[in-house]
Ligand binder design. Structure first.
Ligand SMILES: Nc1ncnc2c1ncn2[C@@H]1O[C@H](COP(=O)(O)OP(=O)(O)OP(=O)(O)O)[C@@H](O)[C@H]1O
Length: 324
């Protein structure tokens, strides 16, 4: 188990992280999300041991004492993949992956490098010099290198940010299946809602230096505690309740994702179309609903200034309003 107790950290006077405490079971996958600058990378660096904290960090029964106590910063059983993946540019892809592997068993080393290049789908470029690889290819090599000595804990900071969409999905499925198979504990700091929703057992949300929410991705998505959390997963409407229900006269608001608003033939709730955005499988319709600007997922594009009728599941509205 990885355990953080009252971890606090400041680069200068103002703390970036304040009294962070949580536990992560061995083999769990955690996504760490929050707005840019909220301290995700700082938290990963504290766990790895690059930064010193007054709080305590344990792995199993061992306290990780941090850079004031380790001659070489960083714990040997943890691998941290930073946003800038620091490869040896004159070496080949394969040499970079094997950089920290012992030369004592050359056959075993070659086999391991091959296995890892397969995980990140880079077998074809094994002999290409790192300096000649694209940003996304370099990122995949850095991932393979982080896995080479099979860490117990893997800390990934935006690990797919340079990788194209098509390859990213495949790579994610392969990588997280590999980590599960090897029972490697993993924390992924990410802005990507797919990382946060599809591949994590649990999601930690950081805000103002604190753990703002800690729950399963399903619970956080379906019952977002507030707009901050909901908007980390994508577009979300924050609609004044009285704009949806004529009988409602309070200033309460309800959080609804664009796919939860339906355009129907008839309803008392009317909006005016402002713009349609093509998004592949459907369109995102921007419309004005009295005082609110809203987004609705819809199968067709709609004409500007057209009046539309909107329906929302009453139970869902009730559930979301009672939580907020
Ligand atoms: N070396 C540093 N010296 C001083 N301040 C820093 C340093 N590194 C980060 N910060 C500040 O600490 C805060 C947290 O930064 P951090 O990089 O941890 O955020 P983040 O959530 O990972 O951001 P992003 O999502 O944009 O990568 C920010 O306000 C940042 O400006």
């Amino acid at each position: 188990m990885l355990q953080l107790q009252k971890v606090t950290f400041a680069y200068d006077t103002e703390p970036v992280l304040k009294n962070i405490s949580f536990k992560i079971k061995k083999g769990q996958h955690i996504s760490l999300i929050g707005e840019s600058g909220c301290g995700k990378s700082t938290l990963l660096q504290l766990i790895y041991g690059l930064l010193h904290t007054e709080g305590k960090i344990f792995w199993q029964d061992k306290e990780l004492l941090g850079p004031h106590f380790n001659l070489v910063p960083g714990e040997p059983f943890i691998k941290y993949l930073a946003q800038h993946f620091d490869l040896m540019l004159p070496l080949t892809a394969a040499e970079n992956v094997g950089k920290h592997l012992s030369n004592f068993y050359p056959i075993k080393k070659r086999r391991r490098i091959k296995e890892l290049l397969e995980v990140v789908e880079m077998e074809d470029l094994a002999d290409k010099k790192a300096k000649l690889l694209s940003g996304g290819q370099q990122q995949r090599i850095a991932l393979a290198r982080a896995l080479a000595k099979e860490p117990e804990v893997l800390l990934l900071d935006e690990p797919f940010s340079h990788i194209d969409h098509f390859r990213k999905n495949n790579l994610r499925r392969k990588l997280f299946a590999y980590l599960k198979e090897k029972n490697i504990t993993c924390i992924v700091a990410t802005h990507d809602s797919t990382d946060a929703l599809s591949y994590a057992n649990r999601t930690l949300v950081l805000k103002n230096g604190k753990i703002h929410a800690d729950d399963s991705p399903e619970n956080l998505y379906q019952n977002p505690p507030n707009k901050y959390v909901a908007s980390l997963f994508g577009d979300v409407n924050h609609i004044m309740l009285r704009n949806l229900r004529a009988d409602e006269d309070s200033r309460k608001r309800v959080l609804l994702y664009p796919h939860e608003l339906k355009i129907v033939k008839k309803s008392a709730v009317k909006a005016i179309v402002e713009k349609s955005y093509f998004q592949g499988p459907d369109y995102l319709i921007k419309a004005k609903l009295n005082t609110d600007s809203i987004l609705i997922q819809h199968e067709n594009a709609l004409d500007e200034n057209m009046e539309i009728s909107i329906a929302v599941d009453k139970k869902l509205v009730h559930q979301r309003v009672s939580r907020s």
